[in-house]
Ligand binder design. Structure first.
Ligand SMILES: Cc1cc2nc3c(=O)[nH]c(=O)nc-3n(C[C@H](O)[C@H](O)[C@H](O)COP(=O)(O)OP(=O)(O)OC[C@H]3O[C@@H](n4cnc5c(N)ncnc54)[C@H](O)[C@@H]3O)c2cc1C
Length: 259
């Protein structure tokens, strides 16, 4: 990636104005993904002076500033208190600790990458995103609607819920990209997300309906997942292999959550 000018605004209004005025500007998170692209931009907007690095424990919600690093989330006792190891497990194989000390949650979400593990995990939590211009949008709407762009993600909001959750992923070798990821939560009902297919994560409807109607039907639900989603080929895996792995991972996750 190349840019002509780097700016470091001291307040969000100014950052938003620069972004609005310059269609060829780009927001910098931790700059881990952007740096491997060959795109050219006029202005790079550094968000590091906007105090968007925080994890706040409010009455019913946890708020995470968009400039919070993945490592801070992975090691946060607040996050761990409410969702156990769901989020840490979705991050622990992402390259290495130094990488996760740079990469931000804002960048991880706004990349909308098919293999994004944090998106798979966040989909089974009540997760909303708060943008400067468009305001609040659910994570599911954001990843389904590619028209939402050129706006600054300020924070993500997670509703505190009682219950269990599980994250499972398969990769060919440790720290490589996942070839499949699965997250399951059981709050008032069971939710199942499947990602890295290699398309971006999606929430199950049919298989979730089945397991919510009869919690003993773990094996049948795991089979149904393979039918419900489309799986693709890439250099890491065939679609057939992904399909089989999806059933296995959903079975593991449901067993963990329902045990
Ligand atoms: C080598 C490599 C291996 C990886 N392996 C994995 C893996 O195994 N699993 C996995 O899940 N992910 C993986 N990733 C993806 C990784 O999670 C992302 O690169 C990283 O999280 C991006 O965060 P960042 O802060 O560096 O974003 P940046 O690179 O700074 O930005 C990424 C995008 O987000 C936008 N953006 C950043 N912050 C904001 C904001 N606040 N508001 C609006 N837009 C914003 C930028 O403009 C840019 O378009 C890998 C990436 C790389 C480069």
């Amino acid at each position: 990636m190349r840019f002509e000018k780097l700016v470091k605004p001291g307040d969000l209004e100014l950052a938003g104005q620069i972004l609005k005025d310059d269609p060829y500007s780009v927001i910098l998170g931790g700059y881990t993904f952007l740096r491997i692209s060959d795109k050219k931009y006029s202005t790079a907007i550094d968000l590091s002076d906007l105090s968007l690095d925080y994890i706040k424990d409010n009455k019913t919600q946890i708020e995470i500033g968009s400039y919070t690093t993945l490592r801070e989330i992975e090691t946060s006792s607040t996050i761990n208190r409410y969702w156990g190891n769901l989020l840490p497990r979705s991050l622990e194989n992402l390259v290495g600790i130094q990488f996760r000390n740079n990469a931000t949650i804002g960048g991880a979400i706004c990349c909308r990458l098919g293999f994004s593990e944090i998106i798979t995990a966040l989909l089974v939590l009540d997760c909303e995103l708060v943008f400067k211009e468009i305001g609040t949008v659910s994570l599911l709407d954001y990843i389904s609607n590619r028209n939402i762009k050129h706006d600054i993600l300020k924070k993500i909001i997670l509703q505190k819920r009682e219950g269990k959750s599980s994250y499972q992923a398969m990769r060919n070798s440790s720290t490589d990209l996942p070839i499949l990821s699965v997250a399951v939560s059981d709050f008032d009902k069971i939710s199942i997300a499947v990602g890295a297919r290699p398309a971006i994560a999606g929430l199950s409807e049919k298989a979730s309906r089945l397991i919510n109607s009869d919690r003993s039907k773990i094996a049948e639900t795991a089979e149904l997942i393979a039918e419900e989603f489309n799986f693709g080929n890439d250099l890491r895996s065939s679609s057939e292999y992904r399909k089989k792995i999806a059933s296995v991972l959903v079975k593991h996750a449901l067993t963990e959550v329902l045990s």
